[in-house]
Design a binder for this molecule. Structure first.
Ligand SMILES: Nc1ncnc2c1ncn2[C@@H]1O[C@H](COP(=O)(O)OP(=O)(O)OP(=O)(O)O)[C@@H](O)[C@H]1O
Ligand SMILES: CC(C)(CO)[C@@H](O)C(=O)NCCC(=O)O
Length: 422
């Protein structure tokens, strides 16, 4: 049983049709930039996420004299580099494309082609996710850099906390096709439940900066949707599967309460006639083969099943720890209306309106952002990188979020902010 199978929600999947997502945040960076490639990676089971800093006039001689300006933090004056944070992603199965991308832009050496010296032996890239272990040798071999491993959960939490505190209009609710941005009160952010829906799902109770516990998880996640969906529909890409689900009708395959109860609801236990009684349940009672179902409907039922299940487990986990706010991240969501709506309805239904599902616009980059920020923690020589933690749009001169607000997250979004080292 589960929440009511309400009317279809229409909406677009942001970024559908594109494998590589690139977007950027404006910023400033200061300190010694010689040894560190200002690039961080989150190499997951399905996708590799990149966050990298690029100076506005990277590499030019002028850059060294003009672009960097003095900044004093009390213990010395450091140069500042204006620039932007860029975001990109690749499929993990195509890790070589990611390495080529890094090489072609020389991201492992700060974006400079004309450095005469070879990549230093000591050059490292901050990396998190399982791939930081799995692909360490490959990065050494192909780029000559080491991967400095950061804990995946640490990075997810650091990335989420940063986004929630520093990026205006980062979190939003989504219900009945309505997107509403949530005003985050910095003094009242914790505790919350972070649900990261990647290939698998991690549920983390967050109590503060660096204070958290991974309290639950489920293997039924984004990888399940994409993997099962690919087998069942023969889709060639994740975006195609999302597109299909957008056009489908899950009632063709899901068994509803009303279909078991002769059109009636089961009011005594709170089930309407349109509640899904059994996901994919109709497929057993009809004399049909997979080919007899439209791939659109299969994709829709599958998306519904996975999203409902995650919504329900999230609610139960939140209930267990008395948490009212649940933030959902991870690339499974992809700003997809139906996914978010299903998760929201599930949380609303099970909590009887007590708990709230919220989504993050930079959903898939939490880990990579956290890894990027960890340069601060492990400052090499005199460089420590830090992202300012204040509402960017209010502090940076002319600061505005360059995104199609209040629409969906866009592949080429740019958010102004300031990045610097102390
Ligand atoms: N272009 C894409 N290709 C493949 N999967 C995609 C794509 N876009 C979104 N997804 C979805 O996002 C999921 C991966 O999300 P994410 O990158 O957050 O996790 P991950 O880091 O790869 O996984 P994990 O953390 O479990 O190792 C996929 O399983 C799939 O459901
Ligand atoms: C194994 C990780 C943490 C890798 O990102 C993720 O895929 C996950 O949380 N999987 C769910 C595992 C479980 O708790 O059942």
């Amino acid at each position: 049983m589960g929440p009511s199978d309400g009317d279809k929600v229409e909406g677009s999947s942001s970024g559908a049709g594109e494998d590589l997502r690139e977007c950027e945040i404006e910023g400033k960076m200061e300190g010694s930039v010689d040894q560190i490639s200002h690039l961080a990676l989150d190499i997951g089971g399905s996708l590799v996420k990149l966050v990298y800093f690029k100076g506005n006039n990277n590499c030019s001689d002028d850059d060294k004299k003009g672009e960097r300006i003095g900044f004093s933090n009390g213990s010395g004056t450091y140069p500042i580099l204006d620039g932007r944070l860029h975001f990109a992603k690749f499929e993990t199965s195509k890790i070589n494309e990611c390495i080529d991308f890094i090489y072609s832009r020389q991201l492992h050496r700060g974006g400079c082609w004309h450095h005469e010296a070879p990549v230093s032996e000591n050059t490292i890239i901050k990396a998190t996710g399982g791939g930081a272990y799995k692909f360490a040798d490959l990065f050494k071999e192909k780029l000559g850099v080491g991967l400095d491993k950061e804990d995946e959960m640490d990075c997810l939490v650091a990335g989420a906390n940063f986004l929630l505190k520093a990026v205006h209009h980062e979190a939003f609710t989504y219900m009945d096709g309505q997107k509403e941005f949530v005003q985050i009160d910095h003094n009242d952010l914790y505790p919350y439940l972070l649900v990261n829906i990647g290939s698998g799902v991690s549920m983390i109770k967050v109590d503060g900066d660096g204070k958290f516990e991974r309290v639950s998880g489920t293997s039924v996640g984004g990888g399940t949707f994409w993997g099962l969906g690919r087998l069942l529909t023969k889709c060639k890409s994740f975006d195609e599967l999302l597109e299909l689900s957008h056009r489908g009708n899950n009632r063709v395959i899901d068994m509803l309460v009303g279909e078991i109860y002769g059109g009636m609801e089961y009011a005594k236990i709170g089930l309407s006639s349109t509640t899904i009684a059994s996901s994919f349940g109709k497929a057993i009672s009809e004399n049909k083969e997979l080919e007899d179902y439209r791939p659109e409907d299969v994709a829709r039922s599958l998306l519904r099943l996975i999203s409902n299940n995650i919504g329900q487990i999230s609610y139960l986990t939140a209930l267990r720890f008395g948490l009212k706010r649940i933030f959902f991240g991870g690339f499974f969501i992809r700003g997809h209306a139906y996914t978010m709506d299903t998760i929201s309805v599930a949380v609303h239904f099970w909590s009887k309106g007590e708990a709230k599902a919220m989504f993050l616009r930079h959903e898939g980059f939490l880990g990579a952002l956290g890894a990027f920020m960890s340069y601060e923690k492990h400052g090499l020589d005199d460089l420590m990188l830090r992202l300012e933690r204040f509402p960017i749009s209010e502090t940076y001169s002319g600061g505005k979020i360059h995104s199609p607000l209040p629409g969906d997250f866009n592949d080429h979004e740019s958010i102004e902010c300031r990045v610097y080292a102390t």
